[in-house]
Design a protein around this ligand. Structure first.
Ligand code: BG6
Length: 492
């Protein structure tokens, strides 16, 4: 564990990710006294700016809604331990210059041992040169070095292998922390506890009880401003291949021998290896169009006018093992939809018919965000002098159940894990390899590598997605509740 004498170097310090996620997470940890003692933060980017401008940018997303003087004081303290240096990403002298800056901070340390954590909040085009130059010019000689990188890890199987092997020439697997920030989310972590600490759930967790599973990601806004990046990747690379597949692997893996990182990751890889590549027929693609005064995807200036890039996708994955054979896992994600919501919905099979007709199925819903919750849709006798089953729910809504609830930000939890050297919630190299194997054929088809590119179905901004979606989900066995059941909105 890195307890003291640590410098965190944030590459891409002037960018969006650093401003919105990295610095706020570092501040969150700092505020709660969770950063190593005497920590320093060094921002690095190409942009030339003075320290005042740097501090203005890096603190612009720090939350202090009530202007709490204690938090303001902490922000001032936070600024003091943070400096900025500009330089290129591809030339050795820039990195030598950075190294001198790091040494000038370290010479004030009492102990000789010091650690450096390199956080690459950078576009993928410079991952490789930066990781190489850092290793050659900025590597701490007497302490621990760690490098944190973030998706996109390539754009298909081959490019991912290329990227990984290039980074591996400079960094060991032990030193490398690949972020998928969904693994830092409270509810995603909770999956391990829900599954493996509850006999009542664990014993029903297979093809005998479960009909189908849906993992859904919905965002109510479009690509606004990020169209240039997005158009190169599309929603499958942006969300499904990483975030949703991570959720799926934890949801479906076998019980790990222990919670040690390699035990968990071995099980995740094992289940992913049982999933064949996605088939075209198991896929629906969509692209949002302008509606209700909101612009369509193609109205974004940074998007080519004839783009067929999907902003919505639903795909079905099958797991060929004894536990899951025949159970469809529907992964869906979309931008510019009707609401913000990420959830897992496990739909159980029909109850034995005969004494009941047409009653709702049990459904276990794990709401990842917003407003964390777990609820189980259950049939109960409608109270009174009748004998009728009605769908209701057993409800664990976090903010009601846990007073003083403070769910940490995903990035806070992950950065802390990286300081501790705990890899459990980071993506291992072979995990990425198998994830890309599942998605590469369908992506190549969408990219037009096998001929003409498929046209996504249009859906209006703010809608539930392409119109064929309901029929698509139903064809994999998903059944809507018989009554107009909806989870009470007071819960959200
Ligand atoms: C990112 C994607 O990885 O995850 C974005 O690139 C997406 O397009 C974001 O908006 C969603 O993260 P969160 O934490 O807001 O659910």
């Amino acid at each position: 564990e890195l307890k003291d004498n640590t410098i965190v170097i944030v590459f891409g310090a002037s960018g969006d990710l650093a401003k919105k996620k990295t610095y706020p997470a570092l501040f969150g940890l700092f505020k709660n006294g969770l950063l190593p003692k005497d920590v320093h933060i060094v921002g690095y980017a190409r942009t030339k700016m003075d320290e005042a401008e740097y501090h203005k940018r890096t603190t612009s997303y720090l939350k202090n809604p009530d202007n709490d003087p204690e938090v303001s004081a902490k922000i001032e303290e936070f600024k003091k331990l943070s400096t900025y240096i500009s330089g290129g990403y591809e030339d050795a002298p820039s990195f030598q210059n950075l190294n001198r800056h790091l040494e000038s901070i370290e010479k004030n340390y009492q102990r000789k041992e010091y650690n450096r954590v390199f956080y690459l909040a950078l576009p993928p085009s410079v991952f490789v040169p930066v990781s190489k130059h850092v290793r050659e010019n900025c590597y701490a000689q007497s302490g621990v070095n760690r490098i944190i990188i973030e998706k996109p890890f390539g754009s298909d199987l081959d490019s991912c292998r290329d990227l990984l092997s290039n980074v591996k020439q400079s960094w060991t697997e032990d030193e490398t922390f690949r972020i998928d920030h969904y693994l830092g989310k409270e509810m995603v972590k909770n999956l391990l506890v829900l599954r493996f600490a509850n006999v009542a759930l664990g014993n029903n967790w297979d093809k005998n009880s479960i009909s189908n599973v849906q993992i859904t990601f919905k965002e109510p806004f479009g690509t606004e401003g990020r169209g240039g990046y997005f158009d190169e990747f599309g929603i499958i690379r942006d969300v499904l291949q990483n975030h949703l597949l991570q959720v799926l692997s934890i949801l479906t893996m076998e019980r790990p021998v222990s919670f040690a990182s390699e035990d968990i990751r071995n099980e995740k890889v094992k289940v992913l290896r049982a999933i064949p590549p996605i088939e075209r027929k198991d896929t629906v693609l969509g692209q949002y169009v302008g509606a209700n005064g909101k612009p369509g995807y193609l109205d974004d200036d940074s998007v080519p006018k004839d783009s067929v890039c999907p902003t919505f996708a639903a795909t079905v994955l099958w797991i060929h093992n004894e536990r899951w054979e025949g159970v469809p896992f529907v992964l869906k994600a979309g931008k510019a939809l009707n609401e913000a919501k990420v959830e897992v919905r496990v739909q159980f099979k029909d109850v034995t018919q005969g004494i009941f007709k047409d009653i709702s199925r049990n459904e276990l819903v794990i709401r990842i965000q917003p407003s964390e919750a777990v609820y189980l849709k259950m049939n109960t006798k409608s109270p009174g002098l009748n004998f009728r089953a009605v769908p209701t729910e057993m409800d664990l809504t976090y903010k009601r159940r846990f007073s003083d609830l403070k769910v940490p930000e995903a990035y806070e939890s992950l950065i802390l894990d990286a300081f501790k050297g705990d890899h459990s919630n980071f993506v291992r190299d072979d995990e990425l390899d198998v994830a890309w194997k599942i998605f590469t054929p369908i992506l190549h088809w969408i990219d037009g590598k096998d001929g003409s590119r498929p046209r996504p179905s249009p859906y209006p901004y703010g809608s539930r997605g392409p119109k064929e979606l309901d029929q698509f989900i139903a064809s994999y066995g998903y059944r809507r509740a018989t009554e107009d059941y909806s989870w009470p909105t007071t819960n959200t």
